[in-house]
Design a protein around this ligand. Structure first.
Ligand SMILES: [Zn+2]
Length: 262
């Protein structure tokens, strides 16, 4: 009897231990599976969710005309015809750079405009922080008013900061904002918006009332097509639009504007 009980007890102990070992092994395997699953899921989350992207990293940007070949590019800050009167720092080549997502959305915009006889004309796209710094330096120099009669005849240069025309940061540096107008393909000219790009004044407000009905319609057409394809406008400039789902909402890039070589 004793021997039998001892044997039964030993068997019980061994099987309990095995049961525990099997359970531990199963538990470990489950843990490993769970860890692998979490790692696999993490691999789908964009890196930008975890760490700020380097502001010198242009890998998320494209040359706009590579995606929208019929867009017209007139990069004003690469020329002398802008409110400063000089080529702006960082505009090394006359190329419009934007995030890939912005270019894709603008391709949809242009696909809708083409049957109407229009294409987009870009005045500015990605703007490096060094260019914004150039604007700020220029604004502090009260003596340089070379371009006043063209761009800010109604404003004192000393008020440009206070009135919000110049700021130390720009949404353009995040790469998903563009300044644009409509270009009439058949008549080979800009569409009449009742105002010109970078005019510092009330006339540039999208809602400015003292323009013709046709000019209002033209502003509205640009606005409705941009909004339809995921952009938002602002209250003070009829030409300025930002992609709603911009991929780098907190990164102010600072690499110079050049043709991207990959
Ligand atoms: Zn703008």
């Amino acid at each position: 009897m004793h021997l039998l009980k001892l044997s039964t007890d030993i068997t019980t102990v061994i099987s309990e231990r095995r049961f525990r070992e099997v359970n531990v092994t199963r538990f470990q395997r489950s843990l490993r599976l769970l860890a692998n699953l979490i790692l696999w899921l993490i691999s789908f989350i964009p890196v930008s969710c975890f760490a700020a992207v380097s502001n010198l990293d242009s890998s998320g940007f494209v040359v706009l005309t590579d995606i929208v070949p019929d867009a017209i590019i007139e990069l004003r800050y690469h020329t002398l015809y802008n409110f400063v009167g000089d080529r702006i720092r960082g505009y090394e080549e006359p190329v419009a750079l934007v995030t890939r997502e912005t270019a894709t959305a603008l391709r949809s915009v242009n696909a809708e405009l083409a049957p109407l006889g229009y294409t987009i004309k870009i005045f500015d796209a990605y703007r490096p922080q060094m260019a914004v710094d150039h604007f700020v330096e220029w604004a502090k120099n009260a003596n340089d008013t070379r371009m006043k009669s063209y761009f800010y005849p109604e404003e004192q240069k000393a008020n440009l900061f206070a009135h919000g025309y110049i700021a130390s940061r720009s949404g353009h540096s995040r790469g998903s904002t563009v300044d644009l107008t409509l270009f009439d393909i058949n008549n080979n000219c800009d569409v009449d918006m009742g105002g010109t790009f970078d005019y510092f004044g009330y006339r540039s407000y999208p809602s400015y009332p003292n323009i013709t009905e046709q000019q209002k319609k033209n502003r509205l057409l640009l606005r409705s097509v941009m909004l339809k394809h995921g952009f938002r406008g602002i209250d003070t400039e009829w030409w300025h639009y930002t992609l709603n789902n911009e991929p780098y909402p907190t990164t102010y890039f600072n690499f110079p504007i050049q043709y991207l070589v990959r």
